[in-house]
Design a protein around this ligand. Structure first.
Ligand SMILES: Cc1ncc(COP(=O)(O)O)c(C=O)c1O
Length: 416
């Protein structure tokens, strides 16, 4: 039987690209971030008017610690100045010390690895899975040595890492599991919230994050000992019941201010609804973009019951776009009004200070980072990954349709 379907020449269906002076698919911006209104103003003013602006004096941090810990199904939360410090404190509290090794993914923000170095320990990079961009559990055990002390799974973009397998490996080898949940406010794994899935977790409230106070962070845990240690560490190493100027352990002042905690209390009231919107849009985009040759959304269904889409990630294959390199595609999409970006451009171990092992005052491990190879991560960085930020995911169904339409339009033009 012959196929009678008419084939339309591609050039006829292609609209002129915005890059080439054509009309862009969108000229209206996606939802703005941050989202705030009178509620946030009232809370910040309340903190201001209280005259108690420090964590030691006020009540806002305490209230937020309790509310956020409960939100992620934990008993304890300790707010700090940012999500880099929380990672360091979590490792520190968990007993990571000089010469220890900590397994980390190379596809993450630099802070995940810096926290390890700041404990005088060695980051050991294990590749990501190409379908999820999360730590590949199948590759963890081969990186474990007698010096391995901890694993930091990053819930990349808000998609939970495979915590069943990671926790099982950690139990077998007696390792601490520190979730880097900087992207994962409200994300769920088998119905349980990110932040309660390992021994201890670290969240960031930096301005781009799904819950934000400009800067800020929190550690969450169900383990009282770890929580107590974090509290002492972030409070200049003071131990409870001692003299004010007695410092029982080495720590620092990492306390969050009250105005930020007040703002976080207001922001927290919106998180659930915003997370549901992002997740719904993500599922829709996955379905629609998967229909386009050369665009592969990252895989879902491995155990996450909710993705919180701090980032919407998908993979680009240039062969399906007339050989256009990803950077050219990104430029064309941006001109169409769709703010795709390429995300991390190198694995962490290719950052200059790793290549030179220029770790300042910290321990210099014997590991030669120039020899590290994580092929899935290298491919994601060099040619494959596409990112959209979480504010885009707060848009309407029509906004999502614009993204799909623009990808099709650019593909049509790229194929010529
Ligand atoms: C994965 C990851 N971990 C940790 C951090 C550090 O958080 P902060 O910027 O609050 O120090 C970030 C921030 O971008 C992050 O993306």
């Amino acid at each position: 039987m012959t196929n009678k379907r008419k084939t339309i020449p591609t050039t006829r269906c292609c609209k002129p690209l915005a890059l080439a002076g054509g009309l862009p698919v969108r000229s209206t911006p996606f939802p703005k971030w941050p989202v705030f209104d009178g509620k946030d103003r009232r809370m910040v003013l309340k903190a201001l008017d209280s005259g108690r602006w420090g964590k030691l004096d006020g009540a806002f941090n305490k209230e937020f610690e309790e509310k956020f810990a409960a939100y992620v199904d934990c008993r304890f939360g300790v707010t700090t100045v940012n999500g880099s410090v929380t990672l360091k404190l979590a490792l520190w509290a968990g007993g990571v010390r000089e010469g220890d090794e900590v397994i980390v993914p190379p596809y993450t923000f630099i802070a995940t690895a810096t926290a390890v170095l700041e404990c005088n320990a060695t980051p050991v990079f294990v590749d990501i899975h190409p379908d999820t961009y999360n730590l590949d559990p199948a590759m963890i055990e081969q990186a474990i040595t007698p010096r391995t002390k901890a694993i930091i799974p990053v819930h990349m973009g808000g998609l939970c890492a495979d915590m069943d397998r990671i926790n099982a490996i950690a139990r077998k080898h007696n390792l601490l599991v520190v979730e880097d949940a900087a992207h994962a406010h409200g994300a769920e794994w088998k119905g349980r919230k990110a932040g309660s899935l390992g021994d201890i977790a670290s969240f960031s409230f930096q301005s781009s994050k799904n819950l934000n106070s400009g800067e800020g962070g929190i550690v969450t845990t169900r383990n009282r000992t770890l929580a107590d240690r974090c509290r002492w560490l972030h409070h200049c190493g003071r131990l409870p019941g001692r003299e004010w100027y007695e410092h029982g352990i080495l720590g620092g002042n990492y306390r969050l201010g009250e105005l930020q905690a007040a703002l976080l209390l207001a922001q927290l009231t919106r998180l659930e609804k915003q997370t549901r919107t992002r997740d719904k849009n993500g599922l829709y985009l996955n379905r629609e973009l998967a229909r386009i040759e050369g665009i592969a959304p990252l895989k879902r269904g491995g155990g996450e019951t909710r993705h919180c889409y701090h980032l919407y990630l998908c993979r680009y294959r240039r062969e399906a776009f007339g050989g256009w390199p990803r950077e050219k595609f990104v430029k064309a999409m941006q001109a169409e009004g769709i703010p795709f970006s390429a995300g991390y451009l190198v694995p962490i171990y290719r950052q200059p200070y790793f290549l030179d092992k220029d770790f300042g005052p910290f321990h210099k491990p014997s590991l030669d980072y120039r020899k590290v190879r994580c092929p899935a991560c290298e491919k994601a960085c060099a040619e494959e990954a596409l990112w959209l930020t979480q504010n885009v995911m707060l848009g309407s169904r029509a906004d999502m349709d614009d993204i799909v339409e623009a990808v099709r339009k650019v593909q049509c033009a790229a194929r010529g």
